[in-house]
Design a protein around this ligand. Structure first.
Ligand code: LHQ
Length: 281
């Protein structure tokens, strides 16, 4: 059973007048901050301004206690087609671009922000995801996708290297044999294949995507947010350290969790044989 989080859509940071021209639309409802990439005519590919708006939205999400889950999706028929390639054609005589700078300034901070956000994130892949758009989907804690969605590892198709965390997420989710073939061949995966191979959590019928993902986000938003944030930290750390320091980290995090209001509530609810009412503290 889902419960309503304490704070509903009351944060001024997210509740300005609805702005349909925003490149990242933001809406807070019952603890779920929905962020919608909004350049549908360019399949929600990234420009510096879209990066800027997403960074601002995620900074606010982190600071605002009313946000207990972030849901990320795309407007129109795509989730995100990666970097906007419109101005990327190189003419004879042009100096070669510094794509490393673009990663340093925009994509790497975005992936770091998402993976270290002390709140759960849910990617709802409503349509095609390509290049860094795939990376974005994989950087969220839970990724669901419409059956009609596609994951296109487009990097090698245009002579680039998997970036924005793609080379890190991919082998950890699907194993080296599949990661290597997918990345080198620039493969396209269906949502069903992505689920079967462990790249994403669930492929959902298109008609059910909005409702099911909403329920999932709502469920995340009613849980013990601080503990979920620390769970993210533990899982991320596990990728880069042996068991021994991981046990120490679990001890430290559990010490903090044990002092939380939500833990007290969780145990009280267990003995009272009722559902807990967490406040995310
Ligand atoms: C686009 C784009 C797009 C601009 C569709 N840009 N317009 C690189 C550099 C630096 C740092 C960071 O990291 C990276 C990594 C990357 O992300 S590199 C970019 C990787 N992405 C791609 O290579 C995907 C390019 N797009 C496609 O391959 C196709 O559009 C897909 C397969 C996604 C969808 O195909 P269709 O369903 O056939 O749609 P479409 O191609 O007709 O696209 C619709 C429109 O969107 C079209 O414009 P038009 O004016 O002809 O209607 C496209 O040009 C535009 N569009 N992706 N990334």
């Amino acid at each position: 059973m889902n419960q309503q989080p304490e704070s509903s859509s009351s944060s001024p940071a997210h509740n300005g007048p609805a702005d349909d021209t925003a490149l990242v639309k933001s809406e807070l409802d019952q603890g779920v901050l929905s962020l919608t990439l909004n350049r549908p005519e360019r399949l929600n590919s990234f420009t510096p301004e879209m990066h800027r708006q997403l960074a601002v939205a995620l900074e606010r999400a982190e600071a605002d206690d009313a946000v207990r889950c972030v849901l990320l999706t795309g407007a129109g028929r795509a989730f995100c087609a990666g970097q906007d390639l419109s101005n990327r054609q190189i003419q004879p005589g042009d100096a070669p671009p510094d794509l490393g700078l673009s990663l340093e300034q925009h994509y790497n901070p975005l992936i770091r922000r998402l993976t270290t956000l002390p709140k759960p994130t849910l990617a709802v892949v409503n349509g095609v995801a390509a290049g860094a758009g795939v990376s974005l989907a994989l950087a969220c804690d839970i990724t669901v996708a419409a059956h009609s969605a596609r994951f296109i590892f487009a990097f090698s198709r245009i002579g680039l290297v998997p970036d924005s965390g793609a080379s890190w997420f991919l082998p950890r989710r699907v194993g080296h044999a599949r990661a290597s073939a997918i990345a080198l061949l620039g493969e396209t995966l269906t949502a069903a294949q992505a689920q079967e191979w462990g790249l994403i959590w669930q492929a959902l019928d298109d008609e059910l995507l909005a409702r099911t993902s909403r329920q999932l986000a709502q469920q995340l938003a009613t849980q013990a947010t601080t503990a979920l944030g620390m769970t993210k930290r533990a899982l991320l750390a596990s990728a880069s350290q042996p068991l021994d320091p991981q046990l120490d980290l679990e001890r430290d995090l559990q010490r903090l969790a044990g002092r939380s209001e939500d833990y007290r509530e969780g145990v009280a609810a267990f003995f009272a044989k009722r559902h807990p009412h967490f406040h995310g503290r």
